[in-house]
Design a protein around this ligand. Structure first.
Ligand code: T46
Length: 133
């Protein structure tokens, strides 16, 4: 999908363990303005249910696993995130729902903008009309 796709990160491993670095202009296509993480997610929880008008993000499940449902005008995909060496880039006007969190899941999110509730498209019908334009 043009506006929602996986990115692989290089691991820097040695006898001490592993390290992944994310830099603007290399692994991350946008300047990072905000970082947040979702954890302690309860059984059978499904979160998200929105798109963003003007926000780019990379979702990384740095521990455990979860699945991201993404929808764009190109269709629907279910993306499993289960390694700290992969991220899911999500651009503007992509509907997302996060579910199937493992007990130990930590979903880290890098965002291109500060938090702005006005940027959320929470009405699915409105989202559908935007992507049809
Ligand atoms: C997204 C998916 C992947 C803040 O105060 N600042 C923040 O930066 C964020 C992200 C959230 N909040 C507050 C707003 C709510 O009271 O934290 C609470 C939970 O947020 P929300 O219900 O929006 O969480 P999710 O998991 O449904 O969605 C989040 C992001 O909000 C969203 O942008 O793309 O994760």
């Amino acid at each position: 999908m043009t506006n929602a796709y996986k990115i692989s990160f290089q691991e820097h491993g040695d006898t001490r363990g592993m390290l992944v670095a994310l830099e603007y202009g290399k692994e991350c296509p946008f300047e990072i303005k905000r970082v947040y993480y979702v954890y302690n997610t309860k059984d059978d929880v499904r979160r998200g249910y929105h798109a963003h008008s003007d926000l780019e993000q990379i979702l990384i499940c740095v521990n455990g696993s979860c699945t991201i449902h993404v929808e764009t005008k190109e269709g629907v995909e279910e993306v499993v995130l289960n390694t700290p060496t992969e991220g899911l880039f999500i651009g503007c006007n992509v509907w997302r729902e996060m579910y199937d969190f493992s007990e130990n899941a930590v979903l880290l999110v890098l965002a291109s903008k500060l938090y702005d509730e006005d940027d959320y498209i929470r009405d699915y019908q409105k989202f559908m009309s935007i992507i049809k334009d």
